[in-house]
Design a protein around this ligand. Structure first.
Ligand code: 5RP
Length: 224
């Protein structure tokens, strides 16, 4: 069976995991492929790692695959983080949070010595913004937080799942913000983050050390 671009990028990244590492594990379907490959390496090569998962879904899959996990309580330092993205712009700034795990992902990815993003080439964009930007907000007063977000020039949608507001692993809501385009990601992140009720935005600024992209079966490794 031919491997998808996501899978190829994910497997390439899994090869970079070394024995003894504390690994930050992102979330999403691309990361799931990485975990499967990592589980194979653990089985066949006997490498030992400890992972800090960035979502309950990732934690569940890692447990099912027999990958050892740890927490920030035990390890304040992550050697390598591997995560997917919803958009990667030409300056390596990211939009993330399509799966609703942006807060934990940002914590895990930003506490790593080295952060690798894995994706198919469909995630590469000139500018962020075509993908509605996920913003995690506290449920209390989300309606007024949403108004403040709209005043920044975006159209907003409270994310739903099974006819109820989607609740993140942190017990919060997600408001997806559709901007025309995000010209200055750092400023947009700062403006949103300054609003009362906002926990975090899905814009990841200056965090990436390496991007592994696969396009039509060809892998490209790019560094900022
Ligand atoms: C989840 C994320 C994911 O990394 C992003 O949505 C990419 O997902 P996928 O690998 O399934 O395309 O940010 O919050």
């Amino acid at each position: 069976m031919e491997l998808s671009d996501k899978q190829l990028a994910a497997e390439k990244a899994a090869e970079q995991v070394k024995d003894g590492m504390v690994l930050g594990i992102g979330s999403g379907s691309t990361v799931n492929y990485m975990l499967q490959k990592l589980a194979e390496r653990i089985e066949t090569e006997g490498i030992q790692i400890k992972g800090i998962p960035s979502s309950k879904k990732t934690e569940k899959l890692a447990n099912e695959l027999g990958i050892s996990l740890t927490t920030f309580a035990e390890h304040h330092h992550i050697d390598l983080a591997i995560d997917g993205a919803d958009e990667i712009d030409e300056h390596f700034q990211l939009a993330k949070g399509g799966g609703g795990s942006l807060v934990r992902e940002k914590m895990v990815d930003s506490h790593a010595d080295y952060f690798i993003v894995i994706a198919g080439a469909d995630k590469l964009v000139k500018r962020l913004g075509a993908f509605p930007l996920p913003v995690e907000v506290i449920p209390f007063g989300w309606e007024v937080t949403e108004k403040k977000l709209q005043e920044l020039g975006c159209q907003t949608t409270l994310r739903y799942q099974e006819e109820k507001p989607f609740v993140s692993d942190n017990g919060n809501y997600i408001i997806d913000c559709q901007f025309k385009s995000i010209e200055e990601p750092e400023n947009v992140h700062k403006e949103i983050k300054a609003l009362l009720g906002v926990v975090e935005t899905g814009i990841f600024i200056n965090m990436v050390n390496e991007v592994i992209i696969s396009e039509n079966g060809k892998i490209k490794v790019v560094k900022p």
